[in-house]
Design a protein around this ligand. Structure first.
Ligand SMILES: *[C@@H]1O[C@H](CO)[C@@H](O)[C@H](O)[C@H]1NC(C)=O
Ligand SMILES: *[C@@H]1O[C@H](CO)[C@@H](O)[C@H](O)[C@H]1NC(C)=O
Ligand SMILES: *[C@@H]1O[C@H](CO)[C@@H](O)[C@H](O)[C@H]1NC(C)=O
Length: 628
């Protein structure tokens, strides 16, 4: 159109330039041919034309001035010949203009599309479109569409910004399609959208960004989809939502949905009744009837906190002079290494090395404000050290009779009737587990338990005010010793039946009931409860090379960690409902030999001695499952 206009105009212009040199071009421009006015491209043409005018104006002004000066002398024919001399300017100018207008027209042809028509698969009115069986969201719609319906569409995903070219939309209905996925920001740009229906589809998940940007939304329906959960911040941007329909989904009423319960309680949005499909205890419950208190969403995580660059056979912690310490027995160097808690850096740092040579167990004890360390060695006898104040150091104060304790591997420290004792477990065939008593200036041999038994572990506990020791050995089921007040000796009390090959026994209390955990190397470790004067089996826990275990509490939570040489070590959490342990978390520690829980500076840290890898500290962190 503009091209034709340009040609016609140029033609007129040429005439005018040739014959009416004295006329001003604006006269012509003031009355352009009528038909050109209807052209949508007229404005582009006018732009290019005024540019052209500007260019030739200079040339014309020059020419006119020239002629006016000469006119007095020139005849009419001379004037004409003067005009002819200017023809090169005119032809050049006209050619330039043609070119200009042509290129303008081309660019414009690309830029200005025809008024978009209704897509082939849709039917449109002035302000609405109804599309059936479309293969994709049509790229163009007539302008002014404020309502769009799309049913039976042949695609399953609504991509990001899918409707951003329909920024006037107020109503969008996408019912009865097979949509499974809605991308983040799928409705970006629809800031006027008030009604959104995505019913009878197969949507199984949404993200918190799905409805971002829909700030005018008042009605949202996601009914009859496959939703089990809704992300926590799904409706963060919908401040004026009045109606939310979620019926016909299979909601799992766990911590992931706690926020919705919370939100429905506070919000004024009307939500027709929805039901829990799972878990079992909530099945069929109205979600509207639930309260945030119905959910127990606090869980925990043992997160790696610190590693120590050595292997360890034992880990023990102690408080001394208001500081917290841990002591490790290192199998490679044979030393007892003491670490101290640093309240500023919030970690343990090296503090002291006791120059032992083949330590297998380092057992600290604070008696009468004095710190002692019993160091059991594989070779060269075992010794007792005392912490001296000036200079600060451990000083050896006593040797333990090497003929009695030949191959020590564990030390238990305990108090009976106000006196301090320790027992050294001897794993040799010839030695025997022995008990030593504190006697105001040293430990003295007190009692030897049965000889020839290859003992592995001894555990002290008090039941009904009676002191007991449970001795585990690889040659027989665990033996229970009981303190005799008269003789001030431990005497054999009973055996724990049906429990061969037990490496270690530890106890814990839950609801005033005494439980024992018995670890076996291969097979099943066991949990038994003391009931009417006998032990009743509660649970078995699979053992895959288990040498160590440890029950411990963090706050109100009871845990049990069961070490494993051939698999991951496993932490169990006590379940009040079923009164037994359920698997909680696995830890990857090589050959764990001991565990110690320390609580300091609001941190709960589980230290794990590893015989074949780095010694590790894990921090117990509380996690709110409903916050994810
Ligand atoms: C709900 O409505 C009440 C009364 O109209 C109003 O006071 C309250 O702020 C509203 N709550 C929300 C979350 O909009
Ligand atoms: C203890 O020994 C280790 C090497 O085994 C060393 O890195 C550390 O600095 C020593 N600590 C002290 C307090 O001497
Ligand atoms: C504790 O120390 C004091 C003085 O140093 C001493 O009289 C007392 O007997 C000690 N007690 C024990 C249990 O050793």
């Amino acid at each position: 159109m503009s091209f034709a206009y340009a040609i016609t105009l140029s033609f007129f212009l040429s005439l005018f330039l040739t014959d009416r040199l004295c006329l001003t071009p604006s006269l012509f421009l003031s009355s352009p041919p009528k038909e050109f006015l209807s052209s949508s491209s007229l404005s582009y043409f006018l732009d290019s034309f005024s540019l052209f005018l500007h260019l030739i104006e200079k040339a014309l002004t020059l020419a006119i001035e020239d002629r006016d000066q000469d006119q007095k002398k020139m005849s009419k024919s001379e004037c004409k010949s003067a005009s002819r001399r200017l023809r090169w300017i005119k032809s050049a100018a006209v050619s330039f203009f043609l070119l200009l207008v042509y290129t303008q027209g081309m660019a414009e042809g690309r830029r200005v599309t025809k008024v978009p028509r209704c897509p082939a698969t849709c039917s449109c009115t002035k302000d609405s479109a109804f599309c059936v069986d479309t293969k994709a969201i049509p790229k163009s719609f007539p302008p002014g569409i404020i309502s769009l319906t799309m049913v039976n569409a042949g695609f399953t995903e609504i991509p990001e910004g899918a409707f951003s070219h329909l920024h006037l939309l107020q109503f969008l209905l996408l019912n009865s399609n097979t949509f499974t996925v809605i991308a983040d920001d799928a409705f970006a740009g629809l800031s006027h959208l008030q009604y959104l229906f995505i019913e009878n589809n197969d949507i199984h998940s949404l993200s918190k960004y799905t409805f971002r940007g829909l700030k005018s939304l008042t009605h949202l329906s996601l009914s009859n989809n496959n939703l089990q959960v809704l992300p926590r911040e799904l409706l963060k941007y919908q401040d004026i939502l009045t109606d939310l329909d979620l019926r016909g989904n299979s909601f799992r009423c766990d911590c992931k949905i706690k926020w919705l319960v919370d939100w429905m309680e506070k919000s004024n949005t009307s939500v027709p009744t929805i039901y829990c499909a799972s878990p079992f205890e909530f099945q069929g419950r109205r979600i509207q009837d639930l309260t945030p208190r119905d959910f127990n969403c606090i869980s925990a995580d043992f997160a790696l906190y610190e590693t120590y660059p050595f292997q360890t056979l034992s880990v023990e912690s102690y408080d001394f002079n208001d500081d917290l310490y841990v002591v490790f027995a290192q199998p490679n160097t044979g030393i007892c290494t003491v670490y101290i808690w640093d309240h500023v850096d919030m970690l343990f740092r090296t503090h002291y090395n006791i120059t032992s040579r083949s330590a297998v167990y380092c057992k600290p004890v604070v008696i009468n404000n004095t710190l002692y360390m019993v160091v059991a060695q594989l070779f060269g006898g075992s010794h007792i050290y005392k912490w001296e104040e000036g200079p600060l150091q451990f000083v050896k104060i006593q040797d333990i009779d090497a003929s009695r304790v030949r191959k020590p591997n564990f030390i238990e420290m305990f108090q009976v009737e106000g006196d301090w004792y320790f027992a050294v477990v001897d794993s040799s065939k010839a030695g025997s587990t022995s008990i030593y008593r504190w006697n105001s200036n040293g430990f003295y041999s007190h009692q030897s338990l049965h000889p020839w038994h290859r003992d592995t572990h001894i555990h002290f506990l008090e039941v009904d005010g009676k002191a007991r020791l449970i001795l585990s050995s690889s040659s027989q089921p665990p033996v229970v010793y009981q303190w005799n007040r008269g003789t001030r000796q431990f005497v054999v009390h009973s055996q724990i039946p049906h429990a061969g090959d037990v490496h270690m026994v530890k106890h814990f209390w839950a609801h005033q009931a005494l439980y024992l955990c018995l670890t076996r190397f291969i097979g099943d470790s066991r949990l038994v409860r003391w009931e009417s004067q006998r032990f009743v089996e509660i649970q078995t826990l699979p053992s895959r090379g288990s040498m160590a275990l440890q029950p411990f509490n963090v706050g109100v939570r009871h845990y049990l960690i069961l070490g494993s040489d051939y698999s991951f070590s496993r932490i169990y959490l006590w379940d009040e409902l079923t009164q037994c342990f359920r698997p909680f978390q696995e830890l990857n520690v090589l050959a764990p030999r001991g565990f110690s829980l320390v609580s300091i500076d609001n941190k709960d840290i589980l230290l794990v001695a590893s015989f074949k890898g780095k010694t590790v500290a894990y921090q117990h962190l509380l996690v709110d499952l409903s916050a994810k």
